[in-house]
Write a protein that binds this ligand. Structure first.
Ligand code: HEC
Length: 112
């Protein structure tokens, strides 16, 4: 008799534990706002636009994240907007709007 009661209580306890785990999601939910591990710390909107422009038009010569390639590395140098507008992309100077250049400057400035 007492064994039966113990078994019943045990079953109840296990059910409660499982229910608690299910309701709390077992801690497996990831916060929605967490950025993908591969990106840098969140860029502001201008720098984010600059980053995609950079990846499309500049990365081929200046490397991933400004690490350098056939063109010089861009990390840690304050970029000059007028220089970029007049000279870059090297193979297509004067093709960027001043808004695009401002976004690129914001992105390059964020490089570390
Ligand atoms: C075809 C290759 C190429 C592309 C594409 C290119 N660059 Fe350059 N960039 C160079 C080279 C080479 C230099 C070195 C100066 C020179 O030769 O004119 C340079 C210099 C620079 C500099 C000055 C760096 C320093 O050390 O003073 C900046 C800033 C720059 N580029 C930004 C950009 C941006 C922004 C883009 C994209 C819109 C871009 N570049 C696209 C080849 C390129």
């Amino acid at each position: 008799m007492s064994i039966k009661i113990a078994t019943k209580s045990f079953t109840l306890l296990v059910s409660l534990i499982i229910l608690t785990l299910v309701l709390t999601g077992c801690g497996t939910t990831t916060p929605v706002s967490e950025p993908p591990a591969s990106t840098q710390t969140a860029l502001d909107p201008g720098a984010a636009r600059g980053q995609s422009l950079y990846n499309n038009q500049c990365k081929v010569c200046h490397g991933t994240n400004g690490s350098g390639g056939s063109g010089p590395g861009l990390v840690g140098k304050p970029p000059s907007a007028s220089y970029i507008q007049a000279n870059m992309p090297r193979n297509k100077p004067n093709s960027l709007s001043s808004e695009q250049v401002a976004d690129l400057v914001a992105y390059i400035t964020s490089l570390k």
